[in-house]
Design a protein around this ligand. Structure first.
Ligand code: PMP
Length: 460
């Protein structure tokens, strides 16, 4: 048995179905088995250390060994390991978390419906939008508009909202009531010679045209991440959301803001909504809500929407929606403690301090022959990989360049993520400058190797 081919490695291949992995290749390639974590680092089963430059899946914001979160979980497990919120029951961690979360949330979001994942929270948003409009007596107002390269999850409704072909293809998605509009990336979708302002005007005009074509009386909601994450870390152009929100208001369309990645300090403010001046009617949160130490998510609602739900109960009786483990007391206790840690350590202030250094270091890679663009905000960034800088042309997908760079960076002890034609970075919010140096340094070495690899293969 070689070093990679441990007993765990074989058992994994035999039994585990891996999300977002090439299941065919996995049979021979096998897994990287991660066994423990410490600070911003994780270790594999052979003891190799990696700087987790993606915070796992954009989520482990406080790193991998925060004792306060462990203690909160253990204490709650000893006190009340499980209870629920159905049928007028409640429990202290659920109540305290709802209070703390709505206190830090953008103004007006005073109510929260808990779930376990980002997908479930976005699914609930879709259901509540439909329910809301039924209760308002406008059953035809049901369509939801999301954006190409937006990511909102993989369940039937949230997967439909996600604007990525591979999430739909052969899964019989999207749902018929979902429409997709432009991705706000000037770099990728700007016309030759088109200014960023003209691009913003054009794509927001397209949004309004879509609404008018469908009939505003049939369009219920628009959903967006403040910064597209899994679609390639797309930072919106100036004025984009201002124009989008004016259009939504004009046509009486609800704005659902997906803060699953951007929530809790990632962009240098508590929420991306603050960074970009958004006024959500509904907002979804997950990931950083618990620093990823427990699965928990939430759908935050305004008084107006909550009032409609109450009206629904006057009509139908009990609100017929809920998940067994939503607001699980252990997850809620950990999330509450996570919010306390953010506050006590001024994590948002720390992000604002370290982010300029992070972005400056990454910007230094912009001159690299394989780097088409460096973009980011706060501690969220991407480096666009190109075969031709001037033409903004990516490598042929068959070259597998993104995965190659990702694997090379891993060999150097740094975890980044290849998505679309870019390499994404989303380091823990507790990262210090030394971590940033190590992360960007590892990526730079991987890029240099990738350049040599591309030249050897005559791809350049
Ligand atoms: N929304 C966004 C913005 C996300 O990034 C993700 C996950 N990457 C989701 C929703 C879905 O969350 P989950 O994987 O917890 O279902």
């Amino acid at each position: 048995m070689s070093k990679t081919e441990s007993a765990a490695w074989h058992k994994d291949i035999a039994h585990v179905v891996h999300p977002y992995s090439n299941l065919d290749a996995h049979a021979t390639r096998g897994p990287t088995v991660i066994t423990r974590g410490e600070g911003c680092y994780v270790y594999d089963e052979h003891g190799k250390r990696y700087l987790e430059g993606m915070s796992g899946l954009w989520c482990a914001s406080l790193g991998f060994s925060e004792q306060r979160l462990v203690d909160a979980a253990v204490k709650q497990l000893h006190t009340l390991p499980y209870y629920h919120l159905f049928n007028h029951r409640s429990h202290p961690p659920g109540i305290a978390l709802a209070e703390a979360l709505t206190a830090v949330a953008p103004e007006g979001l005073n109510h929260v419906l808990f779930a376990n994942s980002g997908s479930e929270a976005n699914d609930a948003a879709v259901k509540l939008v439909w329910y809301y409009n039924n209760l308002l007596g406008r059953p035809e107002k049901k369509k939801i508009i999301s954006r190409l390269y937006g990511y909102h999850g993989v369940t039937v409704a949230s997967g439909s909202l996600t604007g990525l072909v591979h999430v739909h293809r052969d899964f019989d998605l999207p749902l018929p009531s979902v429409r997709h509009t432009d991705c706000p990336s000037h770099y990728h979708f700007g016309l030759p010679g088109e200014s960023e302002a003209a691009f913003t005007q054009r794509i927001t005009d397209n949004l309004e045209q879509l609404i008018l074509k469908e009939g505003p009386e049939t369009v219920a909601a628009f959903i967006a991440e403040p910064v597209n994450g899994s679609g390639g870390v797309i930072v919106p152009p100036a004025g984009y959301f201002e124009r989008v929100q004016a259009i939504l208001k004009k046509h009486d369309i609800l704005f659902i803001v997906d803060e699953v990645i951007t929530g809790f300090g990632r962009t240098g403010r508590m929420f991306g909504s603050e960074t970009y001046g958004l006024k959500p009617d509904m907002m979804t949160v997950a990931k950083g809500l618990s620093g990823a130490y427990q699965p928990i998510s939430g759908l935050l609602l305004t008084d107006a929407i909550h009032d409609a739900l109450k009206a629904g109960s006057r009509k139908h009786g009990a609100f017929a929606h809920g998940l067994t483990y939503a607001a699980h007391p252990v997850a809620a206790a950990v999330a509450l403690e996570t919010l306390n840690v953010y506050r006590d350590r001024d994590i948002v202030g720390h992000v604002r301090e370290v982010a300029p250094y992070f972005l400056e270091k990454l910007d230094a890679l912009a001159g690299h022959p394989l780097v088409g663009q460096v973009r980011g905000v706060g501690l969220l960034a991407a480096v666009e990989i190109v075969a031709d800088k001037a033409a903004r042309k990516p490598f042929d997908p068959s070259a597998g360049m993104g995965a190659w760079i990702q694997n090379r960076a891993m060999a150097y002890g740094v975890i980044v993520r290849a998505i679309a034609n870019c390499v994404a970075l989303c380091p823990p919010l507790i990262s210090e400058r030394s971590h940033i140096d190590e992360l960007v340094g590892g990526l730079a070495r991987a890029l240099d190797d990738a350049l040599a690899h591309a030249r050897e293969n005559k791809w350049l």
